[in-house]
Design a protein around this ligand. Structure first.
Ligand code: HEC
Length: 140
């Protein structure tokens, strides 16, 4: 009884904030889930292996071009700079880049991190990395 009394004497503001916090957290989680579902759906409009001619559309749908341009530095390095830097990339280096596309990370070009790209499959990441590395300044 005493415990209940002392609880009811606490200011009502705490529970209200707690409720707001829970509603906010649930709302944010719902939005993030929805966003991932929409991204996955968009990318899934391209089922099956990515062909070279699918790549420009894939870069749009997977939102790579939000941060990358073929030639100009944006938030991320230009694809051509990546191609030049990894000209001699062996299979391990290519796999490292594919993993980086999937899981994100920073430090190779600056402090700005690349976000994780959970909407991209491992196979798509490998294909798109191969395509990026095939770019040369005198092409595309
Ligand atoms: C939110 C911005 C952002 C998005 C979206 C993004 N990137 Fe990046 N990307 C970056 C940044 C920043 C770096 C540089 C990271 C570093 O310095 O290590 C980077 C680096 C890279 C690299 C080189 C990695 C290295 O270690 O040298 C590749 C390859 C790459 N991105 C491909 C992609 C692809 C493919 C997509 C789409 C699926 C994509 N990125 C989406 C920002 C982004």
């Amino acid at each position: 009884m005493n415990a209940k009394k002392s609880f009811s004497r606490r200011p009502a503001i705490g529970p209200i904030f707690r409720r707001l916090f829970v509603v906010g957290a649930v709302w944010t989680a719902a939005l993030v889930t929805l966003d991932h579902a929409v991204q996955a759906h968009i990318v899934m409009q391209h089922p099956g292996p990515l062909g070279e001619s699918d790549i420009p559309q894939f870069l749009v749908q997977a939102r790579c071009i939000a941060c990358h341009d073929a030639r100009e530095a944006r938030i991320g390095p230009p694809f051509i700079a990546i191609a030049i830097r990894y000209t001699t990339a062996d299979d391990n280096a290519k796999e490292f880049l594919a993993q980086k596309v999937l899981y994100g990370g920073a430090g190779n070009w600056g402090a700005m991190p690349m976000v994780a790209n959970p909407q991209v499959t491992a196979e798509q990441a490998r294909v798109v990395v191969r395509w990026i590395l095939s770019l040369r300044p005198d092409q595309g």
